[in-house]
Design a protein around this ligand. Sequence first.
Ligand SMILES: [Zn+2]
Length: 76
Amino acid sequence: MTCFFCKGEMKPDTTIHTVQLKNCVVVIKNVPCMKCEQCGEVVLSADTIEKIEHILQTVEKAVAEITVVNFPDCAA
Ligand SMILES: [Zn+2]
């Protein structure tokens, strides 16, 4: 897989994904992704995005102003 922006090499990695909802911020740690070695661009798979959507639906019901979740714990 090559980077959409700089054509650099993309390698499997994990990232922190931050989402702003209506009245709070959710920080998801350890999200699996492909990351560009050159420019640091991060790409999430469709499967991962789907899991994030699911996590957000669950989390949105019972969140504080800032919520931090661990992706591997919530995506299972
Ligand atoms: Zn790149």
